[in-house]
Design a protein around this ligand. Sequence first.
Ligand code: ATP
Length: 296
Amino acid sequence: MIEARGLVKDYGTFRALDEVSFSFDDPGIFGIIGHNGAGKTTLLKCMAGLIQPTAGDLVIEGIDVRRNPARLKEMLGYLPEESRLYETMTVESYLRFFGDIYGIPADECRIRSDKLLSSLKLDPQGKRIGELSKGMRRKVAIARSLLHKPSLLIYDEPTSGLDPMTSRYIIGYLAHLRDTMQKTILLSAHNLYQVEEICDRVLILRQGKIAAFGTMDELREQFGSLSYHIRFVTADPSALPHSLSFEEESGEYVVIAESMDDLNSVTAAVASAGGTLRGIESRYPSLEEMLLMIGK
Ligand SMILES: Nc1ncnc2c1ncn2[C@@H]1O[C@H](COP(=O)(O)OP(=O)(O)OP(=O)(O)O)[C@@H](O)[C@H]1O
């Protein structure tokens, strides 16, 4: 159970989080999205106990994060937006170093590291961290965040800067951590298709305030109803009613109808102008469209 009540974070006179309140009590993946500077990293850092909120309450799994951030660290794996790894260490010695910090015995640490590296499909071949690619380094940072078997993961842009294949692999891996290991994952991301794909709940921040919060279905309901994308061909588009606004896409015409009545009148108009329907697709607004509606 995660509960934030009236969370405020000021950096000097600038208010980065402004009375943020939400609660989230199921295990699952919780996405935080928003334009640049909306306050995502600030909120994640507050939840990880890395910075102190200026005001408000934050309770995670019964732990009062403001008063007892050290207790939270035992159950938390944190992945910062940019991980500073120790460049001259090998991956194995880096994970062993963190295993020591967590008090994991050397043998157990080796077993866990091997397992994590293999499940992340990372074969460092004795290389030093400074010699690894960006995607490999991100995987090392993820392995480090999981070494002490935390139940809660806070990941700031886990796939930023990764190629599509690595990025897809990481997203699949996070879904696996939720589905087979029952981890709760809080993440921020700019790739909204990925958020839409794996997040059970999404919080949209705008200028430090909550603009929307809910499951994808709840957000779709909040941001608008179903629309219908009608595709058709016609030899004579000038025969269509002038009021009909359409676009041309790869030799077909597309009209967006906002209601069933609209859909009926568009299809009737296409038929009477001698056109032929090619398809009707029903669509809810995507997260990207929601974010554009909210504005900066
Ligand atoms: N240490 C700081 N001192 C002063 N202002 C800060 C500090 N950290 C963040 N801010 C400001 O707080 C606001 C929110 O920043 P934050 O990094 O939380 O946004 P974000 O949503 O994570 O942005 P991005 O998507 O660009 O990573 C920004 O206006 C930023 O300039």
